[in-house]
Design a protein around this ligand. Structure first.
Ligand SMILES: Cc1cc2nc3c(=O)[nH]c(=O)nc-3n(C[C@H](O)[C@H](O)[C@H](O)COP(=O)(O)OP(=O)(O)OC[C@H]3O[C@@H](n4cnc5c(N)ncnc54)[C@H](O)[C@@H]3O)c2cc1C
Length: 560
């Protein structure tokens, strides 16, 4: 492109136009997985959402929602407490789009097999527009399996939580057309060890409880209801706490301040205090962790989906740039060192997407009563949450560097925002160690889970590399199931191994040969360290079909 000017030096050369006007759902690995896992009927809507996500208009909404951070209004002009958060209109645009496409709790009201898969694919596509608003969307999705432990409450709230209507504003349930749900577990003294929570719940005598205490992290405080952990007389218990009581008065949940965060800036994460706030019990008294774990598990699936989305988006941006930018007389992607990087990122992206959709398929079938899929999910989900989320910051940083200095500049692409957002999925819903330790818990308490995992991997055991890795993994799983200090010390390695072997097995069965071979060759044959940080991206061995692998990330087709 040239800008007219008096000097030749004022010509703008070799700059890559912004990537916009494309269909984000033009993703061969995602579309194949969508059909394989039973959500193929949603493909037309997926493209509709993908085209919307790719527009310059949506990208501008994403920028605005992050640049104009949410503002806490504790009081109104007359001094009354209101505890409301004010968002930029672009936040509401993103939320309204997500809810109207059923990315929140809609699948729980959809009888069609594959409803959770369809929703997962849509979440993966739409959160490539903007990740921050995915937080209340995910929590609403995840709240239903826990809320159903209180059938009477579910009867009131489920129709509103599943309704495809974004209806913001603090009003009682009977004055709303759609509702959103949040979660409040973490306290100042610790988030992993929730049994140390100090918030108390006193029976009010009418079936409700009065909660007094604090929560150190409460994302999306403008949600209508929250699942909260508090100490009842019987021990830690799960409660449903509405922001507005059925009589229209505001519950005594006070927002103290909003967090000033590294990323995720569109989303209003807050600190809150309860002063005899009214709540109703969900699940058995004293079994709060057991109840809310249903919610945590579903949000972990979204952590994997959200990370797969970030990996895909970063990889597409890097590949798009490398295909147009020139250096030393060639386009970047034609330099051997650069195509190695793009191909390596493409491998990670395809592996993450394929696994994320496989887990969504397992969640869909588990929700319909399939015990083998539930067992697979029990161990594979925390392992994937550990590994895929942990890869994301590294991958995003590598993709950013493909744009050189331009990658570091805020208005050149969304990569700086992606990088700031990238570590979060690994932190919440169980930070790395805690999630890795949950893999051990799954192996110890749900012995079927190891069998289900190995059975899934064995489907690809015709490949000698997968067969050899499965043999090693079988021994490690057995050893880890016994628990103990040594097992804990090895938990991260095991979680990584489970994920990488499962990803390799899935790619062998479902990906083009060039991708599957390269992944198995580089991630399985080099032993555990090949999947670890000691190996930089782009250090692929000779003999792989790098152009075929890179082709999996476009060129992305323009929206129709
Ligand atoms: C932006 C943001 C939004 C959030 N939103 C919410 C929300 O809406 N609701 C909510 O309830 N929480 C929320 N959280 C809190 C989040 O879930 C917690 O931060 C997380 O669970 C970890 O708890 P912690 O910060 O207290 O860390 P700690 O529990 O103190 O852990 C610190 C570190 O020690 C590790 N660790 C802990 N125990 C062990 C162990 N036994 N062995 C080895 N290592 C261990 C952890 O993995 C972690 O790396 C949010 C956090 C962030 C950053």
């Amino acid at each position: 492109m040239t800008t007219s000017g008096r000097y030749a030096t004022h010509e703008v050369l070799n700059q890559v136009p912004p990537l916009a006007g494309h269909d984000v759902a033009d993703d061969a690995a995602l579309l194949a997985a969508l059909h394989r896992e039973g959500g193929g009927w949603a493909e037309p809507e997926l493209h509709e959402l993908g085209e919307l996500a790719g527009t310059a208009e949506t990208q501008e909404h994403a920028r605005l929602a992050n640049v104009h951070k949410p503002v806490l209004r504790t009081h109104d002009a007359r001094g009354y407490r209101i505890d409301e958060v004010e968002f930029h209109p672009s936040w509401h645009y993103l939320m309204a789009t997500a809810v109207s496409h059923g990315l929140h709790a809609a699948p729980w009201a959809d009888e069609r097999p594959g409803a959770h898969v369809a929703r997962a694919a849509k979440f993966l596509v739409w959160t490539q527009a903007e990740a921050g608003h995915g937080c209340p969307i995910s929590m609403t999705y995840a709240s239903l399996p826990a809320l159903r432990h209180a059938p009477e409450l579910a009867a009131t709230y489920e129709p509103l939580l599943t309704a495809p209507v974004y209806d913001p504003g603090l009003r009682p349930w009977h004055a709303k057309a759609g509702m959103l749900a949040g979660m409040a577990m973490t306290e100042k003294q610790g988030g992993s060890d929730v049994r140390a929570n100090t918030t108390s719940a006193a029976p009010a005598g009418d079936g409700s409880y009065l909660l007094t205490g604090h929560k150190w992290f409460c994302s999306a405080p403008m949600c209508d209801v929250f699942l909260v952990l508090a100490q009842a007389p019987e021990g830690l218990t799960c409660f449903l706490l509405p922001r507005v009581l059925p009589d229209g008065t505001r519950n005594t949940m006070y927002i103290q301040r909003l967090k000033d965060k590294l990323g995720n800036t569109s989303n209003a994460s807050s600190e809150v205090e309860y002063d005899h706030a009214v709540a109703w019990r969900v699940g058995e008294p004293g079994r709060g962790v057991r109840t809310i774990i249903n919610m945590v598990s579903a949000t972990r699936l979204d952590c994997v989906l959200g990370s797969a989305a970030a990996i895909r988006q970063a990889t597409v941006l890097a590949a798009n740039y490398a295909r147009q930018r020139r250096s030393f007389g060639a386009t970047l992607i034609d330099h051997p060192a650069m195509i190695g990087v793009i191909a390596d990122l493409a491998l990670e992206s395809e592996a993450a997407t394929t696994l994320a959709l496989r887990l969504a398929g397992a969640a869909d079938r588990a929700a319909r009563g399939d015990p083998a899929e539930a067992a697979l999910l029990r161990v594979a989900l925390p392992a994937a949450k550990f590994w895929v989320c942990k890869r994301t910051p590294l991958i995003t940083a590598e993709a950013l560097e493909c744009l050189g200095g331009n990658g570091y500049v805020e208005d050149y692409s969304s990569l700086p925002r992606l990088l700031r957002d990238a570590p979060l999925n690994s932190i919440w819903e169980g930070s790395g160690n805690v999630t890795a330790l949950d893999v051990l818990r799954a192996l110890a308490r749900t012995p079927d889970s190891a069998d289900a995992l190995l059975a899934e991997i064995d489907l690809a055991a015709g490949d000698p590399r997968v067969a050899a890795a499965a043999t090693r993994l079988r021994a490690e799983l057995k050893e880890a199931a016994g628990g103990g200090q040594e097992a804990e010390a090895q938990a991260r390695r095991l979680a990584a191994q489970i994920t990488v072997v499962l990803q390799a097995a899935l790619l062998i069965r479902h990906a083009p040969a060039a991708v599957a071979d390269a992944y198995a060759h580089t991630r399985l044959e080099g032993g555990p360290s090949a999947a670890g940080p000691a190996t930089p991206f782009g250090a692929l061995p000779a003999g792989l079909d790098l152009p075929a692998i890179a082709a999996r990330v476009g060129p992305v087709a323009p929206g129709r």
